[in-house]
Write a protein that binds this ligand. Structure first.
Ligand code: ATP
Ligand code: MG
Length: 439
C-alpha cells in the first residue's frame, strides 16, 4: 500500500502540539504480521476538541464525540482519532454505561478485547504492549485482555469476535478464552443482530474459516441455530465424503473471497437434513433442498438484517446451485434471468461446492470454466440477453393494444424466443410475433 506511512503526518502533528499519539489496534497487529492494513486507528491523550483544533486545516468529522472519536480525512483517507478512554461498567453485556477519558495509554489498551488488538506504536516505531500481544501474535493465539469471563460478560460480541479473528488470522483461541466463550455463548442472544452479522461476514471471508467453524460450531450455531441439524449429518452418497456441516464449511472455504458467493455457500445446503430420503439401495438423496435452503437463507438473512440486494443475490445463487448446465442456450437463459454478475457467481459457487465433495467430482469444474468462457463470449458479442437488448420496447407492445402486466410478459416471451434462436432480434419479426402472442 502506497499510503502506508501517511499516518505519520497525523502522529507528528499531534506530538508537535504537545500530545501523545499512537497507531493502535488492528493496524498495529496487521503491520506486525505483514498483512494488508484495513484502516488506521489513532489513539491520543488529546481531547476531542483539541483533536479538532490540531487538524483544523484538514477535513474532520465529529463521528462519535461522546466516545471521543473524531474522523480526520488526510489525502482522501479517513483516520479515526480517539481519545484514550476507559469504558465504564457494563450492565447489559452490550455497551458500557458510560465512557470516560484518561491520560493513560495503558488504561486505554486494557479496555480492548484481545491482546493482539491491545498494542500501540508511536511514530518512531516504539511498541507499547503491556499485555503480551506480540508474544501471542508469534504463537498465533487469540487471548482476552484480562479475565475472559468478565470481558465476555461486559460485551458478548467479543465471543463472536474471538472466532472471527481465529478465522481471519488462522489463529487458535487460548484455552481459558475459548472455554469462557463457549460457556457464555448464550449472551450472544442479546447482541444486536447487525453487529453479529458484521462479525459473521468477516468470519466467512476468513482464510481459515473451515477449521475455525468446525472447532467452534456451537458458537456459530448460537447465532444460526439452523446449523444444528447439519452437525454430523451423514449424506450416504458416493459424491460426498463429509457430513452436511463439514461439507458446508469446506465449500465456503473453497469459494473465492467474494462476500456474496461465500454467504451463498454458508447457507447453500442448510436444509439438506430435512430433505433427506434414503432409496432402496441405501443411498441418500436431497431432492428439492436447493429451493428450501434458499427460503431458509432468506429467513436467516432477514433476521440478521442483511441488506435486500445481498439477500436476493445469495438466494438466487442457492436456488440454482444444483441445477445442471447442459447447453449454450441454457447459459444464455441463465444470464438473462439472473444477470451477468450472479451467473458468474453461480459458477464459482458450483465449483466451490464440488471442491468439498469426493475428488472425482472435481472433473466437472473444467466444464464450469468453459461455461464462464462461453458466458463472457456471449456478453462480448452483444448477444441479446436482456429486455432492453430487444429491438422493440414496451411502447411498441402497448401500441399493439397490450396493457399492464401483459406488456412485460409479452416482452419476456419475445426475449426467450430470441435467446433460443427461434426468432431474429429484428423489429418487424418481433412485432408480428407479438401480435400473435397478444391475440
Ligand atoms: P479489522 O482489521 O478487521 O478492522 P480491528 O482489530 O481493527 O480489525 P475493529 O472492529 O475495527 O477491529 O476494532 C478496532 C479496535 O478496537 C480493535 O483492534 C480493538 O482494540 C478495539 N475493539 C473493537 N471492538 C471491541 C470490543 N467489542 N471490545 C473491546 N475492544 C474492541
Ligand atoms: Mg479496524
Amino acid at each position: 500500500m502506497e499510503n502506508v506511512n501517511e499516518y505519520a503526518y497525523l502522529l507528528n502533528k499531534l506530538e508537535a502540539a504537545g500530545f501523545e499519539a499512537y497507531i493502535v489496534g488492528g493496524c498495529v497487529r496487521d503491520s506486525l504480521l505483514g498483512r494488508p492494513i484495513n484502516d488506521f486507528d489513532i489513539t491520543t491523550n488529546a481531547l476531542p476538541e483539541q483533536i479538532m483544533t490540531v487538524f483544523e486545516e484538514l477535513k474532520v468529522a465529529p463521528t462519535g464525540l461522546k466516545h471521543g472519536t473524531v474522523t480526520v480525512i488526510y489525502n482522501d483517507i479517513p483516520y479515526e482519532v480517539t481519545t484514550f478512554r476507559i469504558d465504564g461498567s457494563y450492565s447489559d453485556s452490550r455497551r458500557p454505561d458510560s465512557v470516560s477519558f484518561t491520560s493513560s495509554l495503558e488504561e486505554d489498551l486494557a479496555r480492548r478485547d484481545f491482546t493482539v488488538n491491545a498494542m500501540a506504536m508511536d511514530v518512531r516505531g516504539a511498541l507499547h504492549d503491556p499485555f503480551g500481544g506480540r508474544g501471542d501474535l508469534s504463537a498465533h493465539i487469540i487471548r482476552c485482555v484480562g479475565d475472559p469471563e468478565k470481558r465476555f460478560r461486559e460485551d458478548a460480541l467479543r465471543i463472536l469476535r474471538a472466532v472471527r479473528f481465529a478465522a481471519t488470522l488462522g489463529f487458535d483461541i487460548d484455552e481459558r478464552t475459548s472455554a469462557a466463550a463457549r460457556e457464555l455463548r448464550g449472551l450472544l442472544d442479546i447482541i444486536s443482530r447487525e453487529r453479529c452479522r458484521d462479525e459473521l461476514v468477516r468470519m466467512v471471508m476468513g482464510e481459515n474459516f473451515a477449521e475455525t467453524a468446525l472447532k467452534y460450531r456451537d458458537i456459530i450455531a448460537q447465532v444460526i441455530p439452523e446449523f444444528c441439524a447439519c452437525f454430523d449429518f451423514e449424506q450416504r452418497s458416493c459424491y460426498h465424503k463429509f457430513n452436511v456441516y463439514e461439507h458446508i464449511v469446506r465449500a465456503v472455504q473453497a469459494a473465492p473471497q467474494d462476500t456474496t458467493v461465500r454467504t451463498a455457500m454458508l447457507f447453500h445446503d442448510i436444509c439438506k437434513p430435512q430433505m433427506f430420503t434414503l432409496d432402496e439401495n441405501g443411498v441418500g438423496h436431497f431432492k428439492g433442498h436447493a429451493e428450501v435452503s434458499a427460503r431458509a437463507a432468506e429467513n436467516i438473512m432477514r433476521r440478521l438484517r442483511w441488506d435486500n440486494d445481498t439477500v436476493s443475490d445469495v438466494c438466487t445463487i442457492i436456488e440454482r446451485h444444483s441445477d445442471k448446465i447442459v447447453s449454450e442456450k441454457q447459459i444464455k437463459r441463465m444470464i438473462s434471468k439472473m444477470g451477468e454478475e450472479n451467473f458468474f457467481r453461480l459458477l464459482e459457487a458450483k465449483k466451490a461446492d464440488n471442491c468439498a465433495k469426493n475428488e472425482f467430482v472435481l472433473e466437472e469444474n473444467k466444464w464450469f470454466d468453459e461455461c464462464a468462457e462461453l458466458g463472457r463470449h456471449f456478453i462480448e458479442e452483444n448477444a441479446c440477453l436482456k429486455l432492453r437488448d430487444l429491438a422493440v420496447n414496451g411502447n411498441d407492445i402497448i401500441s399493439l393494444g397490450a396493457q399492464g402486466r401483459q406488456v412485460g410478459e409479452c416482452l419476456r416471451t419475445l426475449l426467450d424466443l430470441v435467446i433460443d434462436g427461434e426468432l431474429p432480434n429484428e423489429r418487424e419479426a418481433l412485432l408480428s410475433r407479438a401480435r400473435e402472442v397478444l391475440r
